[in-house]
Design a protein around this ligand. Sequence first.
Ligand SMILES: [Zn+2]
Length: 190
Amino acid sequence: MVGSLVNNGRWRLPPARSEEQLQLQTFLTTIDLTEEEDNYEWELGGAQTSRDSTGEVYTYLRPTLPKVSWEAVVWTKRGVPRHNFHLWLVVQDRIPTRDKLLRWRLQVDPLCLLCNGANESRDHLYKDCPFSFDLWTQLATRLRLQPLRSCGGTLNQMIALLKDKPLTRMKSSGSNLVSPPGSIHSYTWA
Ligand SMILES: [Zn+2]
């Protein structure tokens, strides 16, 4: 409680460790304390609220960005969270492929582990690698999709797949992969 930082009418504040903390402490010393009990008050964006909500604070603090076209593909309700998260990293080219590991100065072989024929990168794994493209071709054929050597093109196919009742399409294709695009991707490459 704030009152515990006052002794005999004088503030006993710990040394400030940042400019913000210094400003807060300077402000505190302008407040006249009373003998009343301390109580909490929550204020968010200038408006008082009756309760604290981590979700509301998170929404308030985070930057507001425009929605991306692939949002529905990555964050599907029936998806396996691990697969969804991995696809989210893939779409943003944030998976730790070997080209990135080398940039982080890690001592690794630059060649693709699957084909050993070219340097490993997100685009190689999802577009150019003959091994993974052959795998994707087999799965895409069962889904009646045209296998593309294009990350953006494949992503657009996934977006269209969601609008095209994917479960119906996958069941009729004889596949037992009754999962959304995130899992299609993960079963194929991850
Ligand atoms: Zn490869």
